[in-house]
Design a binder for this molecule. Structure first.
Ligand code: ATP
Length: 237
C-alpha cells in the first residue's frame, strides 16, 4: 500500500514545551490508522501538528506535498479534513449551513449538492434536523454533523479526534457502524485518535501507540489487539 500521509521525525509543542519527539507515522491511501495512548500522550497534538495549527518540525508528506511548509487553509484545500476534539461545529448556525461551510474551500461547486445528499444518506437525522441550529443537537448528532461537515470537503484524509467522547455506548456503536460504511464506500483515509481502543482497532488496519510523545509500538491493528501491553493498558483485558 502506498502511504498517503507519511510523517517522519515529527516534533511539536506549545510555546517552549515539546510534546512530540521524533514520531514516525503513516496512513495508507484509503486506509484507516488508529493512534492510541493514555491521556496526555500527545494524540491530539499529533493531529494539530498535521493541520499546521501548532509549531512543528520534521517531515509531513501528503501525496506529493510537504505539509510543513503550508498554512492550515492550504492543508485543508489539499484534502485533509480535521474533526477536532469537541467537534467544532458552529452552534448558532443550522445543520445545513454547517455542512455548506465544510465545502467552502472547494472549487468543484457543481458536486456540492450531490455530496450533501450523500451526507444525509449516511446521517438521516441530519436531514431531519437540517433547519435546526447545531447548538440544539444532541452530542451524538453534533458528532455526526462534524463528520458530515468533514465529508463535505471531499477529503482524501479525515483526522478524527475522539469521536466517541462523551457519547452513550449505543450512539457510539451506531457512529462507528457509519464510519465503517464511509470507509467502505468512499475512497477516504482516516487517522483516528480514540480512548475506545477496541472500537478504533476494529475500524483500523494499522495502529500506533504513543507514550509521552513517542511512538512505542506500531503494527497491524489485528496484531495490536492481541498485544499484551495494549490489552492490559487499553483493552481492559
Ligand atoms: P487526551 O486523551 O487527554 O486528549 P492526548 O494524547 O490527546 O490526551 P494532548 O492533548 O496531545 O494529549 O496533550 C499532550 C500534552 O500537551 C499534555 O501534556 C498537555 O497538557 C499539553 N497540551 C495540550 N494542549 C496544550 C496547549 N494548548 N497549551 C499547552 N500545552 C498543551
Amino acid at each position: 500500500m502506498t502511504a498517503l500521509l507519511q510523517i517522519k521525525g515529527l516534533g511539536a509543542g506549545y510555546g517552549r514545551a515539546d510534546v512530540l519527539h521524533a514520531a514516525d507515522l503513516a496512513v495508507a491511501e484509503g486506509g484507516v490508522t488508529a493512534l492510541l495512548g493514555a491521556n496526555g500522550a500527545g494524540k491530539t497534538t499529533t493531529l494539530r501538528a498535521i493541520c499546521g495549527l501548532i509549531r512543528r518540525s520534521g517531515s509531513i508528506r501528503f501525496g506529493g506535498a510537504a505539509l510543513e511548509e503550508l498554512s492550515t487553509e492550504d492543508i485543508a484545500r489539499l484534502g485533509i479534513a480535521h474533526v477536532p476534539e469537541g467537534r467544532g461545529t458552529f452552534q448558532r448556525m443550522t445543520v445545513a449551513e454547517n455542512l455548506n461551510l465544510g465545502a467552502m474551500s472547494r472549487r468543484d461547486t457543481g458536486q456540492i449538492k450531490a455530496d450533501m445528499t450523500k451526507v444525509y444518506d449516511y446521517f438521516p437525522i441530519l436531514e431531519e434536523r437540517r433547519a435546526q441550529v447545531a447548538g440544539l443537537l444532541s452530542g451524538g448528532e453534533q458528532q455526526m454533523l462534524a463528520i458530515g461537515r468533514a465529508l463535505m470537503l471531499r477529503p482524501r484524509l479525515i483526522l478524527l479526534d475522539e469521536p466517541s467522547f462523551g457519547l452513550a455506548p449505543l450512539v457510539v456503536r451506531n457512529l462507528f457502524a457509519i464510519l465503517t460504511r464511509v470507509r467502505r464506500e468512499e475512497n477516504v483515509a482516516m487517522l483516528i485518535v480514540e480512548q475506545n481502543a477496541a472500537l478504533a482497532l476494529a475500524l483500523a488496519d494499522v495502529a500506533y501507540l504513543l507514550e509521552t510523545g513517542r511512538v512505542v509500538l506500531s503494527g497491524a491493528a489485528g496484531a495490536f489487539a492481541q498485544n499484551e501491553r495494549v490489552r492490559s493498558a487499553y483493552l481492559g483485558a
